[in-house]
Design a protein. Structure first.
Length: 238
């Protein structure tokens, strides 16, 4: 798993760079030398969880998280920025792949935005206990994945791309699930109407989305030959 990419993304949102770099390097060594067993993932989660707590500590101490902080979370502004400004400028190895992967990322981001907004606007999470919140999040993640994969197939994105990105995304989702479970079950994030938990959950997902965008070029470059002759929007893979 590319923890360097994910940690860089999370680092953009306030984590101490020196300590984070050291921890990331150690995790990277373990992963490359021995593979990454589940126990290491758990250890990594514990370390990263402590950083996330530091990140929101001042917010919790100085300002009580309000409903508007969750509704207007930065994740939605970033998604709009990526959809309308960043993704349209990303260049891949061929014109065809550029068209296809831009469509992939646009759908990927749109489905995250719509499902997250619906989850927040429904407000059911405000009355949930830790177990119910965790179950709700698992359902939300599954719904997002289902929705964007169905939309991609209907749009004509090749199955090989959906499958390759699914493998890549599954690695990140596994870590994300550990992080979200920790937030749901930790008393540190307890607050009125679960607003601090919701806010922290969106912080985690924001970093995950950035990581997926960054890693799409690597997935693109690993696909050899399977796209030959396919066309989309007037662009054909040679």
């Amino acid at each position: 798993m590319e923890f360097l990419d994910l940690f860089d993304s999370i680092g953009n949102f306030g984590i101490g760079s020196i300590v984070a770099s050291v921890i990331t390097f150690l995790i990277w060594i373990i992963d490359k030398t021995f593979g990454l067993p589940s126990i290491v993932t758990k250890i990594f989660y514990k370390i990263l969880d402590s950083f996330l707590k530091d990140k929101i500590k001042n917010i919790k101490d100085i300002n009580t998280i309000k409903e508007t902080d969750v509704i207007n979370h930065d994740i939605f502004n970033y998604i709009d920025y990526w959809i309308y400004s960043k993704v349209p400028t990303i260049q891949y190895s061929t014109e065809y792949r550029t068209v296809v992967f831009r469509k992939y990322l646009k759908i990927f981001l749109q489905k995250h935005k719509s499902n997250l907004q619906n989850w927040i606007q429904d407000k059911s999470f405000e009355e949930m206990d830790a177990s119910q919140l965790w179950t709700s999040l698992l359902s939300l993640i599954n719904d997002i994945i289902h929705d964007y994969e169905v939309e991609m197939e209907l749009t004509g994105i090749p199955k090989i791309i959906i499958e390759k990105m699914k493998v890549r995304n599954n690695e990140t989702i596994s870590l994300t699930i550990d992080l979200l479970e920790g937030v749901c079950n930790s008393q540190f994030y307890d607050s009125d109407k679960n607003l601090l938990k919701a806010y922290s959950i969106l912080n985690i997902l924001l970093s995950v989305l950035e990581n997926t965008i960054s890693s799409s070029a690597n997935v693109c470059n690993l696909i050899n030959g399977q796209l030959r002759g396919l066309s989309m929007d007037g662009k054909t893979e040679i």
